[in-house]
Design a protein around this ligand. Structure first.
Ligand code: ADP
Ligand code: MG
Length: 695
């Protein structure tokens, strides 16, 4: 038997895998035996021992063995079969809701039984509901399993039993000398104290009885770490390669003449903060080089990223190029358009605007102006990516609030380069705090600048947490604030993932508030409204015509109305902390003290209480992200919206921060000492998704 690489053997070669099963497997990304072996269990069941009934802990999955000492059918609403089971140490109830006559007979008094299930506590004591059970004759005692039983992430129609059979076969292939090439050099494995690939896979698919379940389930076992580190290294390498290749490409040299920048700064009603100034310098250093800048600017909500964007755009325009600013929502793009009109029109700079909804004549005019260089600055949504958009000579693009754009989009923008095969410089701005290690994993192709200072004269927003029942008090507060000439946001949150329901709820809330607050001018914005309508309302809010703006979370990013000093967020417990932080950042932009009222639906869980307390305690986005991570574990910082940024098979960038650091070091070591393995590593873990790198 010649040995073959497992990444080239399709699962269809395994016994019992026909067309249907192959299809189901491929639906969850399992095509080859390598894919199958990299599909790791997310839990394990310990059926390697029998737990004495007296030692069964509530909430734990255990295996028990004993006799049925009593069995009866009861009707508590539903018909149910209750069996009292006993071993030498104690007794427990088994409860079945579905049973036929044959099963009832098998579960009768004196029958021997072995059960596996979760121990629960009911009014009558400890019990198992619908345990898996086995019974056997006098001679053949059932075997005790020798390894922990894996539970695999699955999909409809793919049973755990199939996974067991398939992985058993795949492991057999692996252990029979078929290859899953060990890509990491031995010296590195020894240094990291990590096992080789074959050992790790055998262990994870069939852990021995003494394996520590908690460590495995936390994903911190060395065998897991071994795979996680390899995957993270592969991502690092791929992003670093991308960066290297970008740095070889030509880009326009943008030298600021100060023709626009100086009058722009002179006209601003404030001075740049030191942090804004420093970040601008970092950008200017980049863009005067003949290679594309790929820089990420991170700055907390309200740190003044827009001005930094303006400075960069002006540098491009001064150098005779076009510049583009892209925002994730129409509301935000529209707002930028207005600010830039005010700032730049006096300097004689021509600006146009393009969104998906720009249609007909307006669209044609905009497209012609862009193509003929009749406009120097183009502001819009991702409509700027459309094929019909042809820039005359795009020198620099700024992407605002990047977490709404994926890697693919930021790479697609490069394709909109200037003539002569040059690529535009790119600046990406985000308010999402990114711990350094995470930035390395997800944005290793970018350089990072941080605006780590808020403009002076801000009074931190005070946050109040209040139960929904005290709505009347909140409404009185709204009235008082508006009477002082200030403005208010009232945010309605998502209802059960339904956009329609959420918009309806917002409509109802707006209606109710209008009845309660007849003297105020109240308006509503939500995602389902026409963009022209939204724009008009936002403009009216900005000029102060509207006192109270009822909104869905569409106003989450970027909206800037310094006169707004109160924000109410309904059902705040439904939102992630980072999202709450973004929302809250809409107030506290002027000099008066602002407030944020987080209303919640009672009763509030302990965890939810803790989370809302964090919002009350701090206004620092970075701290909030970190605290949230401590309480909640992975996931929140990137948020669901962001998961498209980088897809990992095994690693979890929030959980595996320690591995991220190791991966970063090892990736550098591999690049310098073992360059030959880079391609295989990247291919193993990114496969075809690396295509964009050669785009
Ligand atoms: P974000 O970083 O959240 O995008 P913005 O760019 O919208 O923040 O700026 C928030 C507010 O702060 C705006 O009203 C802006 O005009 C103001 N601002 C920006 N920079 C300064 C500064 N250096 N001094 C005072 N106010 C500033
Ligand atoms: Mg902004």
């Amino acid at each position: 038997m010649t040995s073959q690489d497992l990444s080239t053997i399709p699962c269809a070669q395994l016994t019992g895998v026909g067309v249907k099963l192959s299809e189901k497997l491929s639906r969850i990304g399992i095509i080859t035996l390598q894919d199958l072996l990299f599909h790791l269990p997310y839990r394990y069941q310990d059926r390697t021992r029998i737990t004495p009934i007296s030692q069964c802990q509530v909430g734990k999955y255990v295996q028990i063995e004993g006799h049925i000492i009593h069995s009866e059918v009861l009707r508590h609403g539903k018909l149910q079969l209750i069996c009292r089971m006993s071993d030498a140490t104690g007794e427990i109830n088994l409860r079945f809701f579905h049973f036929n006559a044959a099963q009832k007979a098998r579960l009768s008094q004196n029958k021997k039984i072995r059960c596996f299930g979760e121990v629960r506590l009911s009014r009558t004591g400890k019990e198992m509901v619908h345990p898996e059970y086995q019974q056997w004759g006098l001679q053949d005692d059932p075997v005790i399993e020798e390894t922990l039983r894996p539970v695999y992430p699955s999909t409809e129609g793919l049973s755990q039993q199939s996974f067991l059979k398939l992985t058993t076969q795949a492991l057999h292939f692996l252990n029979q000398g078929h290859l899953l090439t060990e890509l990491l050099p031995e010296a590195i494995l020894i240094k990291l104290k990590l096992p080789n690939l074959k050992t790790a896979l055998n262990y994870l698919h069939r852990p021995p009885p003494d394996a520590q379940l908690t460590i495995l389930e936390q994903g911190t076992h060395p065998c897991q770490e071994r795979l996680i580190v390899e995957e993270l290294i592969a991502h690092q390498l791929s992003l670093q390669r991308l960066k290297q290749s970008v740095q070889k490409e030509p880009a326009p040299v943008l030298k600021t003449t100060k023709a626009y920048i100086v009058p722009f700064l002179d006209n601003l009603p404030f001075k740049l903060t030191l942090a804004q100034h420093r970040v601008c310098q970092e950008i200017f250093q980049d863009i005067k080089k003949p290679h594309p800048m790929m820089r990420l600017v991170q700055g907390d909500v309200g740190s003044g990223k827009t001005v930094v964007a303006a400075m960069s755009l002006l540098a491009a325009i001064e150098s005779g190029y076009q510049a583009a600013l892209m925002a994730p929502t129409e509301i935000l793009a529209e707002q930028h358009y207005r600010s830039f009109q005010t700032w730049l029109a006096p300097l004689g700079i021509k600006i146009t605007w393009l969104a998906g909804k720009t249609k007909g004549k307006a669209r044609n005019v905009a497209l012609t102006q862009i193509e003929n260089h009749e406009v120097q600055l183009i502001i819009g949504t991702h409509a700027l990516f459309q094929d019909a958009v042809v820039f005359a000579n795009l020198g620099l693009a700024v992407i605002d609030e990047q977490h709404r754009f994926g890697v693919h989009q930021r790479l697609a923008l490069r394709e909109k380069g200037v003539g002569d095969n040059c690529f535009p410089h790119q600046l990406i701005m985000t308010a999402t705090p990114i711990p350094r290690t995470l930035a390395m994993a997800c944005y290793a192709d970018l350089d990072l600048s941080v605006i780590d200072e808020l403009p002076p004269g801000r009074t931190p927003v005070k946050t109040i947490v209040i139960a929904n029942e005290r709505r009347d008090e909140v409404i009185n507060r709204v009235q008082a604030v508006c009477q002082e000439g200030r403005q208010v946001y009232w945010v309605c949150t998502l209802i059960e993932d339904s956009d329609t329901l959420t918009c309806e709820a917002a409509e109802n809330t707006a209606q109710a508030l209008k009845e309660n607050l007849p003297t105020l001018n109240i308006a509503l914005v939500h995602g389902r409204m026409k963009s022209a309508e939204k724009e008009m309302i936002m403009a009216d809010f900005k000029t102060g015509k509207i006192n109270l703006l009822v909104a869905t979370t569409v106003i989450e990013v970027g909206v800037d109305v310094p006169n707004a000093s109160l924000m109410i967020i309904e059902n705040a417990e439904r939102l992630g902390l980072s999202q709450l932080h973004q929302l809250r950042g809409r107030v506290g932009r002027g000099s008066v003290e602002s407030h944020c009222v987080l209303m919640y639906q009672t009763p509030l869980s302990h965890l939810a209480k803790q989370r809302l307390a964090i919002m009350r305690e701090t206004v620092d986005g970075f701290k909030i992200a970190q605290k949230d991570l401590e309480i909640r574990g992975p996931g929140e910082i990137l948020g669901t919206r962001q998961t498209g940024v980088v897809q990992f098979k095994i690693a979890d960038v929030m959980r595996d921060t320690k591995s991220l650091e190791k991966a970063e070091q090892v990736a550098a070591e591999i690049l310098s000492h073992y360059p030959d393995i880079v391609t295989s590593l990247v291919k193993r873990w990114l496969g075809n998704s690396e295509q964009y790198i050669n785009a």
